[in-house]
Design a protein around this ligand. Structure first.
Ligand SMILES: *[C@@H]1O[C@H](CO)[C@@H](O)[C@H](O)[C@H]1NC(C)=O
Ligand SMILES: *[C@@H]1O[C@H](CO)[C@@H](O)[C@H](O)[C@H]1NC(C)=O
Ligand SMILES: *[C@@H]1O[C@H](CO)[C@@H](O)[C@H](O)[C@H]1NC(C)=O
Length: 212
């Protein structure tokens, strides 16, 4: 049996797909990664090679790398102003892939989650192919990175269509885990679609924007 989704939710989905110009951009910034429970986790996120023009978000424990370091201090946030979550703009996180001596000098690489078949931990990946438009995310008033949603399927009941909340809810399910990204095995950031994460190496973290 099939139930139509509420029109409001379909409209939201359509607007997410169409959200294009004009865009405001903030950055460049670093991504400071700190353990929620394990306070020895205190470092920065950097783009790490996972395939041709595809990068994961790797974790390096330790002090902030030099501002010129292109893997770290080269993140940007684009938003249209069309939507906010709890007063914070939502948009696209991207990393600038530098082209050696190239014109243009860089290619923006939007972040999207790579949803695996056999885990609930999706690594954020940066790629120059922006056909998906990137995963919508935002930074809250404390500069903490969040993703958001309207539905919680853990509350679903048989035959009762869900009533999406008008106000999207921010989630902060970030982890640092040992993960396979392409042919590499990296200590890197993952997003848990549900809790707890399936991967036993994952440790809960916050990701905070630090302007260069
Ligand atoms: C972000 O916005 C800037 C300025 O409008 C634009 O040049 C750039 O292409 C945008 N990046 C992405 C990933 O959409
Ligand atoms: C805290 O994190 C560090 C770095 O990932 C790890 O070596 C250590 O085992 C963790 N400690 C606990 C109590 O989980
Ligand atoms: C984008 O930036 C311009 C210039 O700073 C500003 O006037 C405008 O309000 C901004 N738009 C949004 C949606 O924040």
């Amino acid at each position: 049996m099939k139930f139509p989704l509420p029109a409001s939710l379909l409209a939201l989905a359509a607007s997410a797909v169409q959200a294009q110009v004009p865009q405001n951009q903030t950055g460049p910034f670093f991504l400071h990664i700190t353990g929620k429970d394990n306070k020895t986790i205190d470092g920065y996120g950097g783009a790490c090679h996972a395939g041709a023009a595809i990068e994961g978000l790797c974790f390096d424990n330790g002090p902030k790398p030099d501002g010129e370091h292109l893997n770290y201090g080269s993140f940007f946030f684009n938003y249209t102003g069309d939507q906010d979550v709890g007063g914070s703009e939502v948009g696209t996180l991207s990393w600038h892939l530098q082209l050696a001596g190239g014109d243009p000098a860089f290619v923006p690489s939007p972040m999207s989650f790579s949803f695996p078949t056999t885990s609930n931990v999706a690594p954020p990946m940066f790629g120059t192919s922006s056909s998906t438009g990137g995963q919508p995310v935002g930074f809250d008033k404390d500069g903490k990175l969040f993703a958001y949603g309207y539905l919680d399927d853990s509350t679903f009941k048989p035959g009762v269509p869900p009533n999406p909340s008008d106000a999207p809810k921010a989630y902060y399910n970030w982890f640092v885990c040992w993960q396979s990204l392409g042919a590499y095995y990296y200590h890197s950031v993952g997003w848990a679609t549900s809790l707890p994460p399936h991967n036993p190496t994952c440790e809960a973290v916050d990701i905070t924007q630090v302007m260069v």
